[in-house]
Design a protein around this ligand. Sequence first.
Ligand SMILES: Cc1cc2nc3c(=O)[nH]c(=O)nc-3n(C[C@H](O)[C@H](O)[C@H](O)COP(=O)(O)OP(=O)(O)OC[C@H]3O[C@@H](n4cnc5c(N)ncnc54)[C@H](O)[C@@H]3O)c2cc1C
Length: 451
Amino acid sequence: MRLVIVGGGPAGTQAATDAARLGVDVTLIERDVVGGAANLWDCIPSKTMIATGGAMADLERMSRMGLGDLRATLDLASLRERIAAIGRHLETATTDILESQGVEIVRGAGRLVDAHTVAADTAAGTRTWSADAIVLCTGSRPRLPDWAEPDGKRVLLTRDAYPPPELPEHLVVVGSGVTGVEFVHMFASLGTRVTLVVSRQQVLPGKDPEVAAVLEEEFLRRGVALVMGARAVGIDRTATGVRVRCGDGRAVEGSHALLAIGSVPNSEDLGLAAAGVEVSASGHVPINHHCQTNVPHIYAAGDLSGKLPLSSVATMQGRKIAEHAVIGHTAAHRHLEYDKAPSAIFTDPEIADVGLAEADAFAAGRKIRVTKVPFTASSRALITDDTRGFVKIVSDPATGVVLGGSIVGRSASELISVLSLAVTAGLRVADLVDSMPVHPALAEALAEAAD
Ligand SMILES: Cc1cc2nc3c(=O)[nH]c(=O)nc-3n(C[C@H](O)[C@H](O)[C@H](O)COP(=O)(O)OP(=O)(O)OC[C@H]3O[C@@H](n4cnc5c(N)ncnc54)[C@H](O)[C@@H]3O)c2cc1C
């Protein structure tokens, strides 16, 4: 069997590794960097910059812990080199794993010629493969508005900001979804003055309002200006920087603007029509619960598939595809349940959630029990001098089964794994209590909320 994969991000590399382990001939076509946009532009560089900002904030915290007045000097060139070095390391590590499994890696732009033929335009010319199964996972790129022209100097996209040559004096961030708030946090913690233009009355639209409120408070405490209910409609260059114009006549001036207004799938030039693969009006490739497109042996995954745009979800889709394409639908095969995927926002404090949200349960008229424990009650939080945030668990009042939860606070992105396991394994709150968390540990708050 030959499997050809177009796109070497988390979805493509996972599908390739797993399928090769199952004994299939695998060709992976990647036009840019093995590891994908996730490693080059998105998850890794953003979290590396946030880690530097976090280390600077930690110095402030350490000063309060009896270590005197600690201050850092930011060296942008070293930070840029660190981001590049981590990217290179991850690319090499991923390539090594793929090659050790016998995956053929082809550098070039791939496309479908027909439903069973894939071509790649490489430096050495065009090559073609006949494939029994095909995976399309070409990812996405930042959405460009028709009301502003990013120039990479004053009007930035996220990809221009790792980091820019000079730290902006006053950055106006447009877009208050996950990416927008992470960039607000990133630049505010590095010392930039930041204004966030929020199109609704809450940052993180769609998230639990209680969770969003903690972040809004924290932003205000750190001097971030929030312009609420303001939809950006234009960006002008001024003598000293930029002016972001809003639909209601308000305007915000800054030295730089950063656009974080979503992404669009990389589905053009993929030959979808030639293979009879359907594409939606938004450019995504619709899939069923096995990640099959309307052409059953052609799968789609990752951001291209229009499901949850998360690296973790893309990776899981890659796993499921390899299993389904190679072994087929066995009794052991479990579908990916997107509504049980945990997600995290790497702000300070971190925010993470999984499963059923309180607001969605109320909207559906579903009976739930909600229990909440603040970290002010946690001895570990007091010891580490960071008592912000809380743990909230949503459970079924009749059975005690954990349905979901949110965590706001230090290490929320790690702690959520406990709730995530409870949700996917159908554990009860009593199981969390019985798990006997270490003392003193932040995880004790989970057991207390469960109790
Ligand atoms: C700023 C930012 C931060 C993020 N942070 C996180 C995070 O912390 N955690 C998280 O889970 N998610 C995060 N995400 C989302 C995450 O990056 C994406 O969901 C993930 O990258 C999707 O993986 P993918 O496999 O679909 O494709 P990608 O990672 O986008 O990779 C697709 C690959 O396909 C290649 N390609 C495209 N067209 C072709 C072609 N024709 N031929 C050959 N190759 C092609 C591209 O070069 C690319 O390497 C973030 C997103 C952004 C924008």
